[in-house]
Design a protein around this ligand. Sequence first.
Ligand code: F6P
Length: 319
Amino acid sequence: IKHIGVFTSGGDSPGMNAALYAITKTAEVNGINVSGFRKGYEGLIDGDLVQLKSHELQKLTQKGGTILKTARSKRFLELEGRKKALQTLNVNKIDALIAIGGDGTFKGLLAFSEICDIPFIGIPGTIDNDISGTDYTLGFDSAVNTAIENIDKIRDTAESHNRVFIVEVMGRDSGYIGIHSGLMVGADAILIPESGTDFINLLGKVKNYDSEDAFLIVVSEGDEIGAELVSSKIKEVNPNVDLRITKLGHIQRGGNPSALDRMLGIRLGVEAVKSLLQSKKNVMIGILNNQLHLTPFNEVVKQHQVNKELHELLELFGT
Ligand code: F6P
């Protein structure tokens, strides 16, 4: 392998730059050039690439977002787009590809592998932590830290006014950020898409809520859940309640990566290049039980379930 292409795709997440640094450094040590495609699959289609140098990336490890920029590419979903991407790889003599992103990114690579047979390696990068084959995705820890920092602030005002506060956190149908942040701020209720019964418990509690203290609810966003829905249900059972909603939104995606995410980016980035050197292809590098772990793309689907222990914690503290 002489020339690796790398890109970030889907939602940005803190730690992506650390992974880019680690990939470039490891490649350089092994005499390999690295080109970065800008805006995810879009850059691959348009031939928009820059040469990456580890000495330039070194000081960016601390920076959130992704210096390569990112996108959710619609064009790559079409065969036409993928054919153009293949052309770009051929023209630039790229003989391996590393992608950092979420499940949509890996689905893209799977489809691409039908017409392109250079090796692909994936690194899980999403704040949602919803990828199987890894205990943690890049950016999840930072997002939870951002969430708890902000929910702590909301608690101050909620307690001062004895208000019910609904704080909506991100997760696109995944309760990981919700359950972690909710537990860590001592929420009175935590609602996540994976758990059905806690809604009933919540309404029972709120019905008897006497406005003598704050009542903090952390709810994950999702198709069948979310702050507005919770708010309207609460008002049905207790119309007099003094209630406010805060959606933390995209601040959860930004900010400097936590120590854990920087380290994760470095470990996964180094291993991605090492795997290519060991002739591995079409696998995602993850961390399971603190050990590096390779999972074939076709097993990497959006099915990282909230485990039994977390559900038990939710029952004990969050309902
Ligand atoms: O997948 C990461 C994520 O932040 C989800 O939690 C959220 O639902 C989604 O991306 C938001 O996407 P966008 O930035 O495209 O609005």
